[in-house]
Design a protein around this ligand. Structure first.
Ligand SMILES: O=C(O)CCC(=O)C(=O)O
Ligand SMILES: [Fe+2]
Length: 352
């Protein structure tokens, strides 16, 4: 397949061409393919935690459950978080409207600027190097917080409530992310605001990912294995499923739950701040031959000028500092250049 320089391949257009084989740029190396490692038994899956609306009467047991899930998985579902299921449904239907019901000529009006990493808008992974393997995914990235970054005129104009729903979703997710950081901090015996204060003002992005049906799911990945680089990610997926989390060297499917469930993924900055007591969740998305899949990920990151280091309260003679301090902006730029499939955070580990 010919690829125009500087123009991403729109995966949805490839899928619609009805090929029986995927173009070679999408073929994963054999050791990265979905079935190359044994799957976990289906009974072995990320915990589900009812937050009971942050009712203080349940706080002790909820905090314990969050602590266990954070150290065992770095990932868990939450319910009882107070965000209306209707809003969680709506963000997915808006995403489907953009990808399924908008002509490509209109979609391209929102195209990301390919010369700028993490630019806002409609995107697909670019061929950066000869050996880049492309994800079977298109996406729409929204810059939502701080408010100075939020410019809804860059988001789809259709349906009429698209922009208002994304703004409301952003605000509700920011509150939930902050409350969850409080629980995660407390679960390590830290002051409630410890992680939140270390992150400073949130930079929040919402990425809606669209994974078209794929003629060769056994050769491809919707999204290659990675951990998220910020502090905490809140994800909703549709009923199709395809998200997997790595635990003890095995990929475990994150089953779609009812509409009110939100998946929490601890990300690299939380691993640093907790001095490795909680690891960031390595995850990926697989594809399937029959149904398109949609997810919405809300990322919460520090500003690029924030220095991140392990909390002093978690450092002692018996538990020495494990990660070097890093300027978040430097972490982001090394990530964009970094080798595929490697944990960037390992570059910060201190050797003793
Ligand atoms: O689609 C998914 O389930 C995963 C999305 C994700 O991991 C990401 O956008 O970083
Ligand atoms: Fe991710």
């Amino acid at each position: 397949m010919e690829v125009a320089a500087n123009q991403p391949i729109r995966v949805q257009s490839v899928a619609q061409a009805g090929l029986s084989q995927v173009p070679h740029q999408f073929v994963q190396r054999p050791d990265q393919r979905p079935n190359c490692s044994p799957a976990s038994p289906s009974s072995y899956s990320v915990p589900v935690i009812d937050l009971f609306g942050f009712d203080p009467n349940y706080r002790d047991s909820v905090r314990d459950a969050v602590g266990r899930a954070s150290s065992d998985w770095g990932a868990f579902h939450v319910t009882g978080h107070g965000i209306p299921a209707e809003l969680l449904r709506r963000i997915k239907t808006l995403g489907l409207t953009f990808f399924n019901d908008t002509p490509i000529s209109d979609k391209l009006k929102y195209a990301c600027d390919p010369s700028y990493a993490a630019s806002e808008g409609y995107g697909s992974r670019m061929l950066e190097r000869d050996d880049t393997v492309l994800d079977w995914r298109d996406y729409f990235d929204h810059h939502t917080l701080p408010l100075s970054r939020r410019d809804p005129s860059r988001w789809p104009h259709f349906p009429a409530d698209y922009r208002q729903v994304v703004a409301e979703y952003s605000d509700r997710m920011a509150v939930l992310a902050r409350d969850l950081m409080g629980l995660v901090s407390e679960s390590l015996g830290l002051p409630t605001r410890c992680i939140e204060d270390a992150i400073g003002e949130f930079y929040q992005n919402i990425t809606i990912s669209y994974y078209p049906p794929c003629p060769q799911p056994e050769l491809t990945l919707g999204l290659q294995a990675h951990s998220d680089i910020g502090a905490i990610t809140l994800l909703v997926q549709d009923e199709v499923g395809g998200l997997e989390v790595l635990k003890d060297g095995q990929w475990s499917t994150v089953q779609p739950l009812a509409d009110d469930a939100v998946i929490v993924l601890l990300a690299d900055q939380t691993e640093i701040i907790t001095n490795g007591r909680y690891r960031s969740a390595v995850h990926r998305a697989i594809t399937n031959a029959s149904r398109a899949r949609l997810s919405a990920a809300t990322f919460h990151d520090p500003s690029k000028t924030t220095k991140i280091s392990p909390s002093s309260e978690l450092i002692s003679e018996s538990s020495p500092q494990r990660y070097r301090e890093v300027l978040y902006g430097d972490y982001v730029s090394s990530w964009y250049k970094g080798p595929e499939g490697k944990r960037n955070i390992d570059a910060l580990l201190i050797d003793y």
